[in-house]
Design a protein around this ligand. Structure first.
Ligand SMILES: NC(=O)c1ccc[n+]([C@@H]2O[C@H](COP(=O)([O-])OP(=O)(O)OC[C@H]3O[C@@H](n4cnc5c(N)ncnc54)[C@H](OP(=O)(O)O)[C@@H]3O)[C@@H](O)[C@H]2O)c1
Length: 236
């Protein structure tokens, strides 16, 4: 059954996919809290909260404050993410730590709060923006891919914990999407507005794991099945 959302938090709502989610949710009449370091101009139904997700200790109080100010919560999306460029022979701990902090620990700080609240309420939808990059250990961006593999596993665990209590947990796995993060990507990219439309459709029906666009489900079924020596040779 398709669900209408009335009060939502989008963590990472200042740019790219997250921004499009904020705009489309607001246009549907949903009250949206956009959380990010940059605060875009507020529009109708949109409230901005300046927050760095690596300030982990601040997340619980801000989560409670937003729920209070929205008058409730029925959807949270974790869209914050970083993917610094990494050279083929580069091993930079600082970049790796930033990806772990934003893509993993920030997500856990925010979604633990949501899982607890939704579990107690017996309803609510959690959406995590993972990536196809988490499907295999790929040569170009070791920690980015690993952070997305962690995220997918963590979301599956949340689903198995609170799914039986009426909470929906939706894992989104986008391919290349036209946002500032993917500026260096030269191949075909899905427009961010179309990605957001497909993500909201998946959230409304409470699907478990969704590739965006859907065709990537079949492409990555093949990539997941490739033997490790072939992945090593492809280096893609
Ligand atoms: N674009 C693609 O091709 C693609 C493909 C697969 C998956 N994804 C995933 O989709 C999600 C959205 O990415 P995007 O492509 O829309 O990238 P984007 O346009 O660069 O947006 C990234 C978002 O993350 C937020 N963010 C980064 N560091 C943060 C921090 N320390 N604290 C709070 N927020 C932070 C940014 O907000 P501030 O900078 O204002 O803080 C921004 O809102 C990411 O998880 C990404 O990994 C993207």
């Amino acid at each position: 059954m398709s669900q209408q959302f009335y009060r939502a938090i989008v963590v990472g709502g200042s740019s790219g996919i997250g921004r499009e989610l904020v705009l489309q949710l607001a246009a549907s009449g949903c009250q949206v809290a956009s959380v990010a370091r940059r605060t875009e101009p507020s529009g109708e139904n949109i409230r901005n909260y300046a927050h760095d997700v690596t300030d982990f200790a601040a997340a619980p109080a801000l989560f409670q404050q937003i729920c209070l100010e929205l008058g409730g919560l029925d959807l949270i999306v974790y869209a914050s993410g970083v993917m610094p460029s990494v050279g083929p022979d580069e091993f930079c701990f600082e970049k790796d730590k930033q990806m772990v902090d934003v893509n993993i620990l920030g997500a856990v700080a925010w979604l633990n709060e949501a899982a607890q609240r939704f579990g107690q309420a017996g309803s609510g939808t959690i959406v995590g923006i993972g990536s196809v990059a988490g499907d295999r250990g790929r040569a170009p961006k070791p920690v980015y891919g690993a952070s997305k593999a962690f995220f997918e596993s963590y979301l599956e665990s949340l689903r198995n914990r609170v799914g039986t209590k009426g909470v929906r947990v939706v894992t989104i796995k986008p391919g290349p999407t036209d946002t500032p993060m993917a500026a260096e990507h030269v191949g075909k990219k899905l427009p961010a507005a179309e990605a957001a439309r497909q993500i909201l459709a998946a959230a409304r029906t409470g699907k478990r794991v969704v590739y965006v666009p859907g065709i990537l489900k079949y492409v990555f079924a093949i990539i997941r099945a490739l033997p490790s020596p072939i992945m090593q040779r492809l280096k893609f």
